[in-house]
Design a protein around this ligand. Structure first.
Ligand SMILES: [Zn+2]
Length: 113
């Protein structure tokens, strides 16, 4: 008996629920972004395991911080709580965080993969 692709996927999910959950979580993390209450598809930059503001490892939740709603793919991976709040506040109050200004400039110019 030949299985259709959908059946194969369903069989895989049944047999490997943990791997599937992990795959789905990673996919959502790397490709989806909630903007103004909607989920949009965004090709985010790869996540290397560290926070791009403070440079330390991210073990818990990470956030995709973007600064231009026209270009949600321009963004950086940061610690979900502290570093994200710091860059949000920097935007709001026009405070310069040197590493952040540097990253923004290079990402907008396509310089950081
Ligand atoms: Zn951080």
């Amino acid at each position: 008996m030949r299985l259709s692709n959908t059946e194969k996927v369903h069989r895989y999910i049944r047999r490997h629920p943990e791997q599937w959950k992990e795959y789905h979580r990673n996919y959502a993390r790397n490709k989806m972004l909630k903007m103004n209450g909607h989920c949009v598809r965004v090709d985010k930059r790869p996540f290397y395991g560290t926070c791009e503001i403070c440079g330390r490892d991210i073990e818990g939740r990470m956030a995709w911080h973007h600064w231009n709603n026209e270009h949600p793919e321009w963004g950086i991976w940061v610690h979900y709580s502290l570093c994200h709040q710091a860059v949000e506040a920097a935007e709001q109050f026009n405070v310069v965080i040197p590493i952040y200004s540097f990253m923004k400039k290079f990402i907008e110019e396509g310089g950081i993969p």
